[in-house]
Design a protein around this ligand. Sequence first.
Ligand SMILES: [Zn+2]
Length: 538
Amino acid sequence: MDFQVSARKWRPQKFSELIGQEHIVRTLRNAIELNKISHAYLFSGTRGVGKTTTARILAKAINCAKGPIAEPCDECDFCREIKQGNSVDVREIDGASNNGVDDVRELNETIQYAASSSRYKVYIIDEVHMLTPQAFNALLKTLEEPPQRVVFMFATTVLSKIPETILSRCQCFELKPLSHKQIVKQLEVICNQEGIKVGGLSLEKIAKTGAGSMRDAQSLLDQVIAYCGNKIENDSVEEVLGVVARTTLEKLVEHLIKRDSVKLIETVQTIITDGKDLNFLCRDLAEYLRSLMIVKLSEKPEALLDLEAGDLQVLKEQSKGFHADELQQMFSVLCRTESEMKRSSLAQMIFEMSILRLADVRPFHRIDDMIREINSLEEDNTPKKKVLTDTSINLVKDEPNNLESVELSTNRCLDSDSDWQRIKQEICKRKPVFKHYLTQCKVMAFNESKLDLGFSDLITQDQVKNSDNLQLLRDVAKFICNHEINVTLTLIDKPKISATSSSSTLTNNKKAIKPNRDKSEAEIIQDALDVFGGLVIK
Ligand SMILES: [Zn+2]
């Protein structure tokens, strides 16, 4: 017997054999039973999901000797002719190569003649989106006034390229992409019937490489069978398909955990030298990261992942090396890489750079934590704290004509510090909304008789100046200190104060923190990195 490729040999011949398109089958069967056969059908969907197959089964169903019937017999002359592709009344036209207006005109002429023996004359036009606009126009005329007993069946992978005028005259069906499981199941059926033994997850690998297309998966199966004979092994599948072995993926991820860029690049080089397909590697690595994520999040990952026990154990160990958000970031990098690689002639370099980028991914900082950290830094940098490192100090603004001094003694300061904390707590207790204002002010002076609060912006100062608020401040200060305190509010020039206080601190205490103004750019960047994490790109 002649060799027949699996995709043809195992092509569904009846509606009941169609996989994954139950929603369409049901509608078509109902229409046939009610004798409501349309003049034009359009089947859309990705490659290899069964668009022309569905069209052919429909052609059989309406032309079957026992029909029109919800399920063609597949045995009568009409069904057999259609199956073999030599029915004179069912014509299959490739839209990609017959896309001109002349082709459609010729078609329009033949349409006028009645079917020779069949019930319906059927035109199946594949890749119909390839027709030129003029050809579509010519076709439209026929669709507007279709001759009796002529049925058009269009198939397309790009529904968006079909003019609205055509769509509105067709019954449109969108075929679903086939799931991984559906494809694996069909491959199993084929292997069983052909007496081929399959090891490990070979069929899963083939289905995955087929990327949702049954036809592609079946062609790949043919290739693997041609290479392996009647016994399919995992290793041979990897070799034929050009996919990377699981152990290699594990190794790559191990280097990622250690952030070992050199080893990562070396491994990628070896993979390339072995002749593996980088597109597959990118996809497989993304899938591996997804598995790590599932293992990390789920209590029963085995229910969600199709894995062998040993692989699951490795995943569990490796998932401890990543934060969940790191895995998410890495996954997005790989998704972008995959689409960039498809569009570029520099695929290898793009992949290498992305792998290095993966090694630099760091966990995100929670915004709450960052705000807390910044606040604590701000508190550390308030002039008061620095002043406390000295025994006694005069804060002097460095403008010669506007000398202003704030006297603070160490002891008083320590007391006033704790008193101020108590005042703040008491105010927040009495009027919680005040807390916001208090975080925005600085104690300029605080002694037996007065409390001077500095505000860096006028709006906040005005809010506090509001008589109720000011009175509250005075009441609480009196309550805490047990005597009247004169509370005053000052508008301060924030940068000047901090710079002056810092430099004055510096003159008195060489170990004091270096003022911001004198920090080198590198130090400021380092400070930012300490707070936010991240990576210097430029
Ligand atoms: Zn039949």
